[in-house]
Design a protein around this ligand. Structure first.
Ligand SMILES: [Zn+2]
Length: 338
């Protein structure tokens, strides 16, 4: 089916995209953060650039009416790599470590500022801003959120797996306290592919302490086996806490590819509560993670995003549930302006 027919009939909002500042920024994301390219895995170059121009082209071609940029800086990698360069002398080392953290914090703030200015200038975009509780001290971290949200950011994006911490780390308690009190949503990424990474279960202690926290789980938990592992952990939290939500990025293409049975997906979404599920594509990262044949010169890959929309259009949901998941839930939750 033509996804344009679907998006003409149903208001679709993309709760989860990644936009890069430039082609060089995307090369860094692809080769450095995702560790792909000719000498590692995947094609030598990413099949998509994901700059503003391509994000707007994606929205135009799909008919999706709004997209939320999840801005994040792979600051954990910067910090780990930067530590290899520190001097031996203990006093010099401490000073250089502090300077390194300040420099990375500034990188995070500058990226956030760019995302905010871009979203403010585009009526069909909003943004969440990134933070790092390891390189930013508590005061700087809360000040950064306060500043960006006051000027229009819609929420906060975390990447605790990259930061090397778990969601039950007590350094995060002031952050959770502030976000709960201010009703600011926090996008939570969890991972199941290696031991020691942040999982939904690591959020249980925070939710017990801050039960009204608005946590949006990327990929509804992203279990290896559908409905098990981190999928089941996410479901348990969603059933217990009314402000726990999830987005369907990376999971709808799994339905389209036949890895998840459509009926099983719908049953799972109903257990979570279809009023707390958001459509999301993970564009442009989703395309980099699943590269197909190289796109024509000047074009970019959109196949994963289209597959996800096709799955959303055809899942055996009621039309009311579909409209909720496609866009109504997110507009209600984020009070979007366009
Ligand atoms: Zn993502």
């Amino acid at each position: 089916m033509d996804v344009r027919d679907f998006t003409r009939a149903v208001d679709v909002v993309d709760a989860h995209i990644h936009m890069q500042r430039s082609a060089a920024h995307t090369q860094e994301l692809y080769h450095y953060f995702l560790m792909r390219g000719a000498t590692r895995s995947g094609p030598p170059n990413p099949p998509v650039i994901g700059t503003l121009e391509q994000v707007q082209a994606m929205l135009e071609r799909t008919g999706v009416r709004h997209a939320n940029i999840l801005m994040f800086t792979w600051s954990g990698m910067y910090y780990r790599d930067g530590q290899f360069t520190l001097p031996d002398d203990p006093a010099e080392r401490a000073l250089a470590d502090r300077e390194l953290k300040e420099r990375i914090s500034r990188r995070i703030v500058d990226n956030n500022e760019w995302a905010l200015q871009t979203a403010l200038a585009q009526p069909n975009l909003s943004c969440f801003v990134g933070i790092d509780p390891v390189v930013m001290d508590e005061r700087a971290l809360l000040a950064e959120i306060e500043d960006k949200v006051r000027r229009g950011a819609a929420g906060v994006k975390s990447q605790f797996t990259d930061c090397g911490i778990l969601a039950d780390d007590r350094r995060l308690w002031p952050l959770y306290d502030y976000l709960q009190a201010s009703e600011i949503p926090l996008q939570m990424v969890t991972a199941e592919w290696a031991p020691g990474l942040n999982r939904p279960a690591h959020c249980a202690a925070a939710l017990a302490e801050f039960p009204r926290l608005r946590l949006i789980f990327s990929h509804i938990g992203h279990g290896h086996r559908f409905g098990e592992g981190s999928d089941a952990e996410f479901l348990e939290l969603a059933q217990r806490y009314p402000n726990v939500c999830g987005d369907l990025s990376l999971r709808l293409p799994e339905v389209a590819d036949g890895h998840i049975d459509p009926q099983a997906m719908v049953a799972h979404l109903r257990r979570i509560g279809t009023d707390r599920i958001f459509y999301g594509s993970n564009f442009s990262l989703n395309e980099m993670l699943h590269p197909g044949p190289p796109p024509a010169e000047g074009d970019f890959q959109l196949s994963e995003t289209l597959k996800g929309l096709q799955a959303l259009a055809t899942l055996p949901l009621t039309e009311d549930e579909r409209a909720d998941i496609a866009g109504r839930n997110y507009r209600r939750w984020l009070k979007l302006r366009a």
